[in-house]
Write a protein that binds this ligand. Sequence first.
Ligand code: C2O
Ligand code: CU
Ligand code: CU
Length: 541
Amino acid sequence: MPKDKNQLMKKNTMENTNEMKDTNRRQFLKTTLYASIALGLSACGKSADADAPAHTSHAGMNHSTPPAGVPFDMTRLISGAPFAAPALLVFDALEHHVRAAALNIAPSKQTVTRDGASSQLWTYQTADNNAHGGAMIDAFEGETLRITAHNHLPEATTVHWHGIAVPPEQDGHPHDAIAPNAAKTYEFTLDADSAGTYWYHPHPHGKTATQTAMGLAAPLIVRSRTDPLAALGIPDHVLLLTALQLDGNAQIAAHTMDEQMNGRDGNVVFVNGQHQPVMQVAPNSTHRFRLINASNARYMRLSFGGLKMTVVGTDGGLLAQPLPAQSELLLAPAERIEVLMTFDKKLPQVKLQALPYDKGWMDGGMGGQKPILTTTDLMQFELAGEAVTSVIIPQKLRDIKPMGQASITRRIVLTEHMQMSMANGVHSMKMDFMLNGQSFDMNRIDFSAKQHAVELWEIVNQTDMDHPFHIHGNHFQVVSIEQNGKITPIQYLAWKDTVNTRAGQTVRLKIAQKHTGVRMYHCHILEHEDLGMMGQYEVLA
Ligand code: C2O
Ligand code: CU
Ligand code: CU
């Protein structure tokens, strides 16, 4: 932490500290000296450096200036273009199950408005293609990927293969940062039975949120040669959902205080980098959609115009059996879901929408406003061509074994703490997002675990809002969700790596790690992760 921030923190705790009284159940802890980020605000919330260009602020979280000036005019967006799958990361030919690729991590100008304004984003690029939406990795179980990541950003980064059980040293841990103009080769094998929908994103220390907010996120699909749905010829589509916050100049805006506390929801949701694309589908045809919530913090309560969808897969691939058809589902940040949808020949147009969802709200008392909950159109489907016969969904998708008896129980308690202070006429805000009362420290290992041992983790959300909880390494099985003393067991078998916890809930899950080494676990509201809601543990042989 830079020295000036330390000084600011000390000042805040010494002088005229004014602990905010909050009306709700938030558990205020005593003023602590946990590693945290203190944010300076000038008097009355007016910005001292209002004319600093907002888009330079991605370099750090310690910005107090809300994006200056007029909001982005949504009617300028290019919308309604034909749906496009993400660009593919180009690999060399497969040799002895090894495929190699160069991945460029670099600034990229993207035209997003009809008037031709370009946004300066950061993207994952493949040879000759810097599409917003990122270079998709599309591979099969059993293959070894050797990916050389070249960092052309002005700051250090790492690449984290979210949900893939790679060895810890290949996992993009903040310890293993790639300096600007440097490169790192990641190499890992896609395990047997690991087919599923994953994604990759940056994970550098303290800058995961700002880098992801610049546009860094891309799909990683692992396929199986014996996928029962692929065998039926069901068309398979990847939908990477990102939510960017554009300012009046169509540039990525600086984080505001409210976004630090509640996570960035973004004002524009893109599907594979496109705004409201249109897909043509045959009447009665059944499609498989792999939806990835690659936003910093936006909860997506998804609906296909109320049509029934059948969930067939979660974070870690296919379920044992399809779930009963449902008309909406919640996709928390970092979660993935696979659904089958049949387009009724009587409905010429269907919209995929994100319905209003209240994830809770932390009010820092800085005059911010809880966002108004609205419905957002994500994409549209139009019937075209001859009707086809719809497919019968197989009732058995995969073998998933229950994990069995846990040998140890761990409790991970999520808390938050906010404190506003005033010194020399300057307001400042100190925010802590904690796990078991501590903020993340790269040099602290929180506990150790035994390789292959089944552990029961209780994730206890004692805050006022939702937090999606994620564990690196192996997948887990969610066992139950407890709310107000009522425990609801999860009746179906599914592999997950991210699970939402609502305020007041306790979520129980079982996990066993297959590799030894250090693993992180954290809230996947990326702003919270950067503000300390993260821990790490060591898996020992
Ligand atoms: Cu997708 Cu540690 O994160
Ligand atoms: Cu991860
Ligand atoms: Cu959180």
